[in-house]
Design a protein around this ligand. Structure first.
Ligand SMILES: NC(=O)c1ccc[n+]([C@@H]2O[C@H](COP(=O)([O-])OP(=O)(O)OC[C@H]3O[C@@H](n4cnc5c(N)ncnc54)[C@H](OP(=O)(O)O)[C@@H]3O)[C@@H](O)[C@H]2O)c1
Length: 382
């Protein structure tokens, strides 16, 4: 199938459709689409935190992707679909939780694909997860690419399995002739993190001295602006029925803490807990909490620790070669995230934490505007 034409800024062109627009990736994607002059229609849920869309010139529809009719009504008249919504979770959870994860991520994806096909909405770009990409079983930290199949025989999280099954929904639709591309996302770092994300919360807790220990291990991280760029590249140039991995950099947790230390000026916790020990502790805690208090926030879940221990690396060669993807700096993304939580959410209350005015080069690299954070012009102060 041929790549989609880039829609123009003309107000008479149909809007693009975005699910999950209130979330971390969605909020960044919507801002970029608006900056690019696109008309945007979003699907939101009434009862949830939609602060990310406040003040933005978007068409709002309300509904749940588990509801096919509501999804079809919402997509009707759009051209181009970014299916970003998912129920993210790193816990095993109880039966109800696992059902919610499955229904949102697998049935929801099937519904979005069906609705897009029935309303002739054109290409669907679905946000995939790097945790649902395969890896070398004998050497997990060897770079993973798109051709490696998710391995379900290890202990995996319901979320990981659901994202793998969501991809299968995409491949099934593509095999039947639908135009669909998967933009595979790593752990996202950046601003416009209104909900906020687990990583954003951890950085704020760190800055407020509420993080008393950290674990070893590492993962692939992607700057919010890079995963947004990846989605746009998939829409414009991706090959239908293919997936592309977008990452900015592999970092160990210790290197992420280095960046948090730099950005906040707050010294790191003294305790670094070996992930092998943390895994045992978290298995016990999670067994109890998942069953009896599934909504209790768990920072170090067994699933997350198992992932960190694998130190999975991403091979972004396919996205670079085929789409011209050029990742930017994760360090800048950490500064952007810190500025967002400090200024926009005002949740960094530790008086010893730095004001986010400058990047490591001693000049502001990001400036806050009513709509978020943008790169600073030469000589501008934030
Ligand atoms: N963040 C990461 O580090 C990361 C890493 C790998 C992959 N991803 C993928 O990236 C995508 C976006 O992640 P994110 O970080 O932006 O997640 P997020 O901040 O948790 O946002 C997810 C959004 O999806 C919406 N949503 C969930 N279930 C829905 C349903 N049944 N109907 C309608 N909307 C629903 C949520 O709406 P409510 O606000 O109403 O709940 C929320 O706005 C997901 O597909 C995720 O799997 C993210």
């Amino acid at each position: 199938m041929s790549p989609q034409p880039v829609p123009s800024a003309d107000a008479s062109t149909p809007p693009v459709f975005v699910t999950g627009a209130a979330g971390h990736v969605g909020a960044n994607l919507v801002r970029r689409l608006l900056e690019d002059g696109m008309r945007v229609r979003v699907l939101l849920r009434h009862e949830d935190n939609n602060a990310a869309l406040e003040g933005l010139d978007v068409e709002r529809t309300f509904g749940d992707i588990r509801d096919l009719n509501a999804t079809r009504r919402a997509i009707e008249g759009c051209q181009g679909v970014y299916h970003v919504a998912a129920r993210i979770s790193t816990i095993e959870g109880n039966r109800a939780h696992r059902r919610e994860v499955f229904d949102c991520n697998v049935v929801g994806t099937r519904n979005v694909l069906t609705a897009a096909r029935e309303t002739e909405a054109g290409r669907v770009v679905m946000t995939g997860s790097f945790s649902a990409v395969g890896y070398d079983l004998d050497n997990p930290s060897a770079p993973s690419n798109e051709a490696m199949q998710f391995y379900p025989m290890d202990r995996t999280m319901p979320y990981e399995r659901s994202k793998s099954l969501a991809e299968h929904e995409c491949w099934r639709a593509a095999a039947a002739g639908q135009d669909v591309v998967v933009a595979t996302c790593c752990a996202v770092v950046g601003g416009a993190d209104f909900l906020p994300s687990r990583l954003g919360r951890a950085m704020c807790d760190y800055s407020n001295r509420k993080l008393h220990a950290y674990v070893d291990g590492g993962f692939e991280f992607v700057a919010a602006r890079d995963i947004v760029e990846g989605h746009l590249l998939c829409m414009r140039r991706g090959r239908s029925g293919e997936k592309y991995i977008f990452s900015s950099e592999f970092k160990t947790i210790s290197e992420i803490i280095d960046l948090w230390e730099e950005v906040s000026g707050v010294p790191r916790p003294r305790r670094k807990i070996p992930s092998s020990a943390m895994l045992v502790f978290s298995e016990v805690a999670s067994f109890y909490l998942s069953r009896f208090h599934p909504d209790f926030p768990q920072r170090f879940t067994p699933g997350a620790i198992r992932l960190l221990r694998k130190r999975l690396h991403a091979d972004t060669g396919k996205a670079r070669r085929e789409l011209g993807f050029k990742p930017t700096s994760l360090r800048a993304a950490v500064h952007e995230a810190y500025a967002f939580h400090y200024h926009q959410r005002s949740v960094i209350t530790n008086p010893d934490a730095k004001r986010p005015v400058a990047n490591g080069a001693g000049r502001p690299d990001r400036v806050l505007t009513g709509q978020g954070v943008r790169p600073a012009a030469e000589g501008e102060s934030s």
